[in-house]
Design a protein around this ligand. Structure first.
Ligand code: GDP
Ligand code: IMO
Ligand code: MG
Length: 434
């Protein structure tokens, strides 16, 4: 079975934890989009790992991790991550495969990201300043530099020409910028020495793995509402976090995806700017942030918090063809007297069941809530569904009704073991061993 695991909200749903948890059922874990804007936190026996570019399967020895062509790669960020993992006792070694078609994030992309945000002023996106957007702009503008170009084997265009042309063009664009293209080139040539052993044709690699009977998990970064096409544009990231990104970002066919697991928190968060209908700017929002430790894994920014938005998750279910949800951070709601679920929006007096694509309309939407009684007994670290308090089970059942898909996994803490995989769910069937 090849399964995709992707975010059903605005990112930070706990994808890293779920990917790590499921990795023992796979030989390969492959990232298909995004870059080191992602921050995937995994706790194993109390030890904290934060993955940015490398798939969260890396913590399991023997698993190969793939960075697809849909990902944008900053070589220095990658090396830093490999080195940090080593310090923590995780050897990446030859378990990494990087697509020769993945585009590079270069130093001027970071500068352009910061400048573009400054230019937008009040309308800034709130990016992670990692150069993600400008790197994808160059890719789509057909002037990007790909990992494979660093081999300098192409007679078509030389790396020297490409770097010189790109750096000089940026120096014209950015006031007072005097970036030295030769230094950029030298750094890339140096980086290539370390990258080279990992670089392959990823589409071919994954096909061969599949033919050899190996299973692959496709790991998403960000979330459906941050998708460049299906998210709350322009307050989105610059890649396809949704299911189509698996095919384009790895070079696999639709038949190579056998199931889609969406990851959603038991409430909502968003980091960065943009509409967020269920946002709570009150004591409850603060309570969710404090208890859920809602601070960005990459940038440390406080995350905006609010109630579960079933309109948004239902939308994610439709756009991605989600078969089941992994419901995370249920424990964060422990002790709340009342919990709310947004089941529709009210927009200028009209009731809306679907997420509007017009940003202005979405910004004008008021959440329509139904109220659920909370529970007093803790769900924290509960590992059997039957052991959850009745109130928590009622909440999960209602979320399943309003989103139309089962919660195959329920997460009750940040540790790998604080998880319930429900026996009777499609998820358990995916992983049933004959
Ligand atoms: P990702 O980007 O989707 O991988 O999510 P992040 O790692 O950015 O954010 C999720 C945060 O929630 C991390 O700090 C996780 O350790 C933590 N987490 C994941 N699942 C649970 C859970 O069930 N309960 C609690 N309390 N924390 C969780
Ligand atoms: P993971 O994989 C949450 C947000 C940024 C900003 C917008 C665009 O950990 O879920 P970018 O730097 O990508 O151009 O920023 O997207 N963003 C994320 N929010 N989780 C992420 O990744 C994110 N990656 C980017 O905050 O609003
Ligand atoms: Mg994250």
């Amino acid at each position: 079975m090849n399964i995709a695991v992707l975010g059903a909200q605005w990112g930070d749903e706990g994808k890293g934890k779920i990917v790590d948890l499921l990795t023992p059922s796979f030989e390969v874990v492959a990232r298909y989009q995004g870059g080191h804007n992602a921050g995937h936190t995994v706790y194993v026996n109390g030890k904290k790992f934060v993955l940015h570019l490398i798939p969260s399967g890396i913590l399991h020895p023997g698993v190969t991790c793939v960075i697809g062509n849909g990902v944008v790669v900053d070589p220095q960020a990658l090396f830093k991550e490999v080195d940090t993992l080593k310090e923590l006792g995780v050897e990446v070694g030859d378990r990494l495969v990087i697509s020769n078609k993945a585009h590079l994030i270069l130093p001027y992309h970071r500068e352009l990201d910061v400048l573009s945000e400054a230019r937008r002023g009040d309308r800034k996106i709130g990016t992670t300043s990692r150069g993600i957007g400008p790197a994808y702009e160059d890719k789509i503008g057909r002037r990007g530099v790909r990992v494979g170009d660093l081999a300098e084997t192409s007679s078509e265009t030389t790396l020297v020409d490409a770097i010189r042309a790109n750096v000089e063009a940026r120096n014209h664009l950015i006031k007072d910028s005097k970036m030295d293209w030769q230094k950029v080139l030298d750094d890339l040539r140096e980086a290539w020495k370390r990258l080279k052993p990992w670089v392959k044709d990823v589409s071919l690699y994954l096909d061969q793995a599949r033919r050899a009977g190996k299973s692959t998990m496709y790991e998403g970064a960000q979330g459906t509402l941050l998708d460049i096409d299906h998210g709350t544009y322009p307050y989105v990231t610059s890649s396809n976090a949704t299911i189509g990104g698996v095919c384009t970002g790895l070079g696999v066919g639709a038949g190579a995806i056998n199931g889609v697991l969406g990851v959603a928190k038991a409430y909502s968060t968003r980091v960065g700017e943009g509409p967020f209908p269920t946002e709570l700017n009150d004591a409850i929002g603060q309570r969710l942030r404090d208890t859920g430790m809602e601070f960005g894994a990459s940038t440390g920014r406080p995350r905006r918090c609010g109630w579960y938005d079933a309109v948004a998750v239902r939308y994610a279910v439709r756009v991605n063809g989600i078969d089941a949800l992994a419901l995370t951070k249920l424990d964060v709601l422990d002790g709340l007297e009342e919990i709310k679920i947004c089941t529709s929006y009210s927009c200028n007096g009209a009731s809306m069941q679907e997420l509007p694509s017009d940003l202005g309309q979405l910004a004008a939407c008021q959440p329509v809530y139904e109220s659920i009684e909370g529970w007093t007994e803790p769900t924290k670290s509960v590992r059997r569904f039957a052991d959850l308090p009745a109130g928590a089970r009622r909440y999960i059942a209602r979320l399943e009704e309003v989103t139309g898909v089962p919660a195959g996994i329920v997460s009750t803490g940040s540790d790998r073991d604080d998880t319930i995989v429900r026996d009777d769910s499609v998820v358990a069937r995916w992983f049933a061993r004959d």
